[in-house]
Design a protein around this ligand. Structure first.
Ligand SMILES: *Cc1c(COP(=O)(O)O)cnc(C)c1O
Length: 395
């Protein structure tokens, strides 16, 4: 079939909740993907950072295949022999007592919200149904009805009400607002270390550390959504490590499944996680053996291949080379590790289409920002090649 036919079929049979760039992919390996005509592209989106380990990492695919031949799903009605091993490894890596496994990022965020609320009622003694969670403007935490209830993006909300109450929205990177908006009903502050979907917004140095201090002082849970920034993306295993701002609840997803399987989790210590008793919360697929096998392999690849360190070194190189590009269209270049945003003075979509023609996959976010977030296994030569193409588009 021709490329146009696939695209026509997509629009004929799928809800139009996405507007993909006009490329039809059929093969992936490492940092590269190939379309149905055999043309090669450098993937600079990495499925929104779910592919930190690259496409079809051999060790993760092997784990998937091996487990698929043994046992795929048990539900949590029974124990399985992969679940505890993954939980243990994830606890060791995050230095938390316990984890709670889910599938998608939004489910993990929902889980964090439920955890914080229940902790509030049981431990902080907040009055029934009065719990408040503080969130930030421009946040992105997923697409469920509760999560979009505290989005500030009009399109994410339009037509989807009524919304879940109990959230207070403050400006990002604003400690004074955080302090001012905490009251006796505040159970948590939910924030992204860098706002990825919000346009790659990097807060001032010290923001996370100070926010954590404010939370601690007021007996409020400090909850970090590291679904996009975590697992090496920003040059540390977790972005909070730049400021030593370890959260009470850490939310992970995306690269936790190595791009082959949806795996998400929240990680917290016993004094928080012990609010759960059997039957409180659950997921049919959460923590299934296939997910756990992929999760173990995904984490091992990140650690064994020093992907965080590579992201730090390659990210610094990439951002410096991007800053060499002199173009009247570019307004600002910002980021950390291999999460880089190029803000334009114009709409970004046409430039993403031009990059696509040159063999680079990148996606606009928030109208005028192009996000460059390649797999963390990327090499210097591949960045050099990309820079030449990006130069051609902007100069
Ligand atoms: C992608 C993302 C989510 C949602 O994850 P899904 O798997 O798409 O539900 C939540 N928070 C952040 C910061 C994300 O980048």
């Amino acid at each position: 079939m021709r490329k146009e036919e696939y695209i026509d079929l997509t629009f004929k049979y799928s809800a139009k909740n996405y507007y993909p760039l006009p490329v039809v992919l059929s093969y992936g390996e490492g940092v590269y993907v190939y379309d149905v005509e055999g043309k090669r592209y450098l993937d600079m989106l990495s499925s929104y950072s779910a592919l930190n380990q690259g496409h079809r990492h051999p060790k993760i695919v092997e784990a998937l295949k091996e487990q698929a031949d043994r046992l795929t799903l048990t539900s949590r009605a029974f124990h399985n022999d992969k679940f505890p091993l993954f939980c243990k490894l994830l606890c060791e890596i995050t230095k938390k007592d316990k984890v709670l496994l889910m599938n998608t990022g939004a489910e993990a965020v929902e889980t964090a919200i439920k955890t914080a609320r229940k902790w509030g009622y049981l431990k902080k003694k907040v009055k029934e149904n009065q719990a408040e969670i503080i969130v930030c403007e421009n946040n992105f935490h997923g697409r469920t009805t509760t999560i979009i209830s505290f989005s500030t993006e009009e399109q994410y909300k339009f037509g989807f009400g009524p919304f879940t109450p109990g959230f207070k929205i403050i400006p990002y990177d604003d400690l004074e607002s955080l302090e001012k908006n905490i009251n006796e009903n505040t159970v948590g502050f939910l924030v992204e270390p860098i706002q990825g979907e919000g346009g790659v917004n990097v807060p001032r140095e010290g923001y996370l550390k100070k926010a954590k201090e404010i939370c601690q002082k007021n007996n409020v849970l400090f909850i970090l959504d590291e679904i996009q920034t975590g697992l090496g993306r920003t040059g540390k295993l977790f972005c909070y490590q730049y400021e030593d701002a370890e959260p009470d609840i850490l939310i992970l997803g995306k690269a936790l499944g190595g791009g082959v399987y949806p795996v998400s989790a929240i990680c917290a210590n016993d004094n928080i996680m012990d609010v759960f008793t059997p039957g409180d919360h659950g997921s049919t697929f959460g923590g299934n053996p296939l997910a756990c096998a992929c999760g173990i392999a995904s984490l091992k690849v990140i650690l064994e291949e020093n992907l965080a360190e590579n992201a730090r070194i390659m990210g610094e190189y990439f951002i410096n080379r991007l800053k060499e590009i002199k173009s009247p269209i570019i307004k600002e270049i910002r980021g950390k590790g291999l999460l880089i945003g190029v803000e334009l003075k114009e709409k970004a979509r046409p430039y993403c289409e031009k990059l696509l023609e040159k063999g680079i996959l990148a996606k606009d976010t928030r109208e005028n920002v192009i996000r460059f977030a390649p797999p963390l296994i990327i090499k210097k030569e591949e960045i050099d090649w990309a820079i030449e193409k990006i130069k051609e588009v902007f100069q």
